[in-house]
Design a protein around this ligand. Structure first.
Ligand code: ZN
Length: 193
């Protein structure tokens, strides 16, 4: 995906020494890439929503209508809060390596502070915070670049319409006798011959 200034500007830190508040950095090949402050901001927005969904009373979770783009179906029903919790955890598991995911689980999912994580993982304070920054940046980028349904922007995730399939459509399957191979379709003809 193409990162643009209009997207990163609102997320960037004003006093960031890397991007100076623009949210974009010029790469070695002359291409623009999002600054780490933007990626961490995306992660934190998604993480805050995850905490809200995971800690709210179950009766507050509602079934909602998800509009579809296209002619086949107008809409389906879904439990968006539960889907978001599952997506957040599964995408994180897929994106992080084993060490990062253990730290992610202890610190972000179970709420352990740096002392407890350091003891459990056998790392020092500096390594802990470096790893936390790395995890936030990795997940922030993945949550935004995920195809076909990114977790960020949250508004699109929770209220956006599902997209139309643009690739080749699956061929409709034949059912009934005409779908059988000819040798099975007319056994009596074969027997008579
Ligand atoms: Zn920055």
């Amino acid at each position: 995906m193409q990162w643009t200034r209009s997207e990163t500007l609102a997320l960037a830190k004003n006093n960031c020494t890397q991007c100076h508040g623009s949210g974009l950095r010029l790469g070695r090949m002359g291409s623009l890439s999002p600054c780490n402050c933007v990626l961490r901001a995306i992660f934190r927005v998604c993480y805050d929503r995850f905490i809200r969904c995971a800690t709210q009373e179950p009766y507050l979770s509602r079934i909602s209508v998800e509009p579809h783009v296209g002619k086949q179906r107008a809409a389906t029903w879904g439990r968006k809060d539960e889907e978001y919790i599952a997506d957040f955890c599964l995408v994180s598991r897929r994106t992080l390596d084993d060490f990062e995911h253990r730290l992610f689980r202890y610190h972000f999912l179970l709420g352990a502070d740096w002392r407890l994580c350091s003891r459990k993982l056998g790392i020092d304070r500096g390594t802990f915070f470096h790893a936390v920054y790395r995890i936030e940046q990795k997940l922030g980028r993945t949550f935004r670049e995920l195809e076909p349904y990114p977790l960020f922007p949250l508004d699109d995730y929770f209220h956006g319409a599902s997209r139309m399939v643009t690739g080749p459509q699956p061929v409709a399957r034949k059912t009934g006798p005409s779908a059988l191979p000819s040798r099975l379709r007319f056994p009596e003809v074969r027997r008579a011959a």
